[in-house]
Ligand binder design. Structure first.
Ligand code: IMP
Ligand code: MG
Length: 180
């Protein structure tokens, strides 16, 4: 066992298990979009940048990748208002869009993204998140989900705490005293 950072309580999902699940999700998307053409993956920065890169490289259907940045939480693990920081390079009108998030917690961010992107008249819009903590407060359909997680703060595989621990290859639970 490698030494864990002192902020980390335990590893929740190993690197291999993440990679296996991302491959399955890519296969599911390939199957659903095999005749679609014009698919656009929209990765949500910063948290979903690693997941978006891996998912995209595992997908076989023809697609392009674009990014949006949203502010969700500040440096504290508390909920804040959702705000658009960086917008798409290209219009999505008449394109088949999949929005790719790292994690759905309260659902505010995904609800906001869904409403915002729907307003731009894509040919279709589906939602994809690698992790989900809480299905109850989500007002929009979640079409592709990797793993359900307990209600703890997790880091790694793109997810951060105050911009730290983002590049860990696994998903780890942060010690409660670090974030509460
Ligand atoms: P929501 O709007 O409450 O669903 O929060 C979603 C956003 O909060 C995600 O895109 C993440 O950026 C962030 N987030 C929520 N939970 C965690 C976590 O456990 N670790 C890291 N980021 C998280
Ligand atoms: Mg995020």
């Amino acid at each position: 066992m490698t030494d864990l950072h002192p902020d980390i309580e335990r590893i929740l999902i190993a690197e291999d298990d993440i990679q296996r699940r991302v491959t399955e999700m890519a296969e599911e998307i390939d199957h659903d979009y095999k005749d679609a053409g014009q698919v656009v993956l929209i990765g949500i920065l910063k948290g979903a940048f690693i997941f978006t890169a891996d998912l995209s490289r595992k997908m076989k259907v023809d697609h392009s990748v674009d990014f949006m940045a949203i502010s969700s939480y500040g440096d504290q693990a508390v909920s804040g208002a959702v705000r658009l920081i960086l917008d798409l390079r290209k219009p999505i009108v008449d394109r088949h869009v999949i929005v790719v998030e790292d994690i759905v917690d309260s659902g505010h961010t995904m609800n906001y993204l869904y409403q915002t992107l729907m307003g731009r008249n894509p040919a279709s819009l589906k939602t994809c998140s690698l992790f989900m903590k809480n299905r109850d407060s989500l007002e929009v359909p979640l079409d592709y989900v990797g793993f359900e997680l307990p209600d703890v703060w997790v880091v790694g595989y793109g997810l951060d705490y105050a911009d730290t621990h983002r590049t860990l290859p696994y998903i780890a639970e942060l010690k409660k005293e670090v974030y509460s």
